[in-house]
Design a binder for this molecule. Structure first.
Ligand code: 5AD
Ligand code: SF4
Length: 476
């Protein structure tokens, strides 16, 4: 099982985790559901909303799919590979279903809309198909499916934010939680299928976000990650309010930071065009707002960025990095990068490598371009970079990032950081694993005789590193 605490997770990193916080109490729940999630953190947060809805209907979570009455797979469409993995899982479930009549299989999330008829009719793989805005209809759909009908609801909404549903934390370490603050995306990056699968952007009621974060803190959580496809365009006007009452992302960050100085606040993802000085100043003003910004660059070439419809240039992005360095010294910057987008030349690729050097990312999520049906790029441009070239360029991007990470991490040796303890290290129960404000993972021995526990903050002096992990020891 991989670390649930990381802020942004892609299908390559965290595929198909199944969730069950508890072995369901048979007195509480007569029936069991099993859920596997793929893709980004948003999807994992959605599975927690689904769990809340199903609990209310009398279904308890199980880790063991063989004993489930309902199997759900929360899907991702962002790259072709993610879709292939899901299809393979569905054939596994089909076999299980043949052995267990009455068991229902449902597809949730981003693949629902595009592939509903294929799943339901052509391949007869599933009984229920539900899009990301239709989870409230799950009880009705499950009911109908139990009587033998194939059921589907993939309607996207302009309003749905599930604001009133308290997510059931699945597989949580009890220290960090995701909190969804908005849904959908209006940006229309030409490579991206998200605006089609998750619909228009809408912001969740700020009061419900603060209530959820406060409740998490009271239950012992010490870190929340505010999630959205584009958090910096968060904009919430209370009912019957006017533009003057609007809550911006900077306002929201501040409100969450004020819950307690012991509650760390993170957020993801920022579009470089939308992150404002207000947000950077708010980050600077509150120690508990973590100094880490995920700032996807996608490409270092202005020409390619234009084709991607990213609406910034190479120089503009570099200016944003400069501004972060100026207002938030020591802030970690991370990125998403796509190699081999339509028409990308060797010179464009070199510009991607050089902007990585300029930005000195601590970490990047790196992909080669995968054409997605219905996107602007699929309709307008030719996917003309040969696969071997895409893969070779991606390899060069990865090697550059590995070197930068190691250089950056090496600079931390000799420094002392405030670390939030996530739990036992996977390698040894003698060691803790935690993270710095910059979201760097730190492993360090438990201090003999000290009563530290997960969720505590400790000062750790760093004495060694790899390109992805710091090592150190607790200092008083
Ligand atoms: N091909 C490759 N990578 C993609 N991403 C989004 N769409 C595609 C695609 N069609 C990447 C982007 C985005 C991240 C979530 O996934 O880098 O920021
Ligand atoms: Fe996709 Fe761009 Fe929206 Fe991110 S900002 S979800 S890459 S359209």
């Amino acid at each position: 099982m991989l670390d649930l605490a990381i802020t942004k997770i892609h299908d390559e990193q965290r595929q198909g985790e199944s969730f069950a916080p508890f072995k369901s109490d048979p007195n509480t729940y007569q029936k069991q559901f099993y859920i596997e999630s793929y893709g980004c953190a948003m999807n994992f947060a959605d599975s927690e909303v689904v769990a809340a809805i199903l609990n209310k209907e009398g279904f308890g979570a199980t880790r063991n799919m063989e004993e489930a009455d309902l199997i759900f797979i929360n899907t991702c469409s962002i790259r072709e590979k993610a879709e292939q993995t899901v299809r393979k899982r569905l054939t596994d479930f089909k076999k299980l279903k043949a052995e267990k009549p009455g068991m229902l299989v449902g597809v949730l999330g981003c693949m629902a809309e595009r592939l509903k008829s294929k799943f339901l009719e052509e391949e007869k793989l599933v009984d229920i198909v539900v899009g990301p805005d239709a989870y409230r209809s799950l009880p009705r759909l499950v009911d109908e499916a139990s009587s033998g009908q194939k059921t589907v609801n993939v309607l996207l909404s302009r309003e749905e934010t599930y604001a009133d549903i308290a997510p059931v934390r699945l597989n949580s370490n009890g220290v960090s939680a995701f909190v969804s603050i908005m849904r959908g995306c209006n940006n229309m990056c030409s490579f991206c299928v998200v605006p089609f699968t998750r619909g228009r952007e809408r912001s969740r009621d700020a009061v419900s976000i603060i209530a959820e974060c406060t409740d998490l803190f009271e239950k012992g959580y010490r870190e929340v990650t505010l999630l959205g496809q584009n958090v910096d365009s968060y904009h919430y006007i209370p009912e019957n309010g006017t533009e003057q009452d609007a809550v911006s992302f900077a306002n929201l960050l501040e409100k969450v930071a004020l819950i307690s100085p012991d509650l760390r606040v993170r957020f993801s993802t920022s579009h470089p065009k939308d992150i404002t000085d207000d947000v950077l100043h708010t980050m600077a003003a509150y120690e508990n707002i973590c100094k880490c910004i995920h700032l996807p660059v996608q490409s270092g070439s202005t020409r390619v960025l234009q084709l991607m419809n990213r609406t910034y240039t190479r120089e503009w992005y570099k200016g944003k990095v400069d501004r972060i360095r100026e207002l938030l010294p020591g802030c970690s910057i991370t990125a998403d990068i796509i190699a081999g987008f339509c028409s990308e030349e060797e010179t464009d690729h070199q510009e991607t490598l050089s902007i990585m050097e300029y930005s000195r990312y601590d970490l990047s999520y790196m992909f080669f371009y995968s054409e997605r049906p219905g996107t602007l790029a699929q309709r307008r441009y030719k996917d003309d970079v040969p696969l071997e070239v895409k893969k070779r360029r991606l390899q060069e991007v990865i090697e550059t990032q590995n070197r930068l990470s190691l250089e950056n991490y090496t600079k931390d040796i000799g420094q002392t950081y405030k670390v939030l303890i996530d739990g036992d290290s996977k390698r040894s129960a003698e060691d803790w694993v935690g993270r710095t404000s910059q979201n760097k993972v730190v492993i360090f021995p438990k201090a003999a005789g000290a009563a530290h526990k997960k969720g505590d903050y400790v000062s750790v002096a760093i004495n060694d590193c790899t390109q992805a992990t710091l090592f150190g020891s607790i200092v008083q």
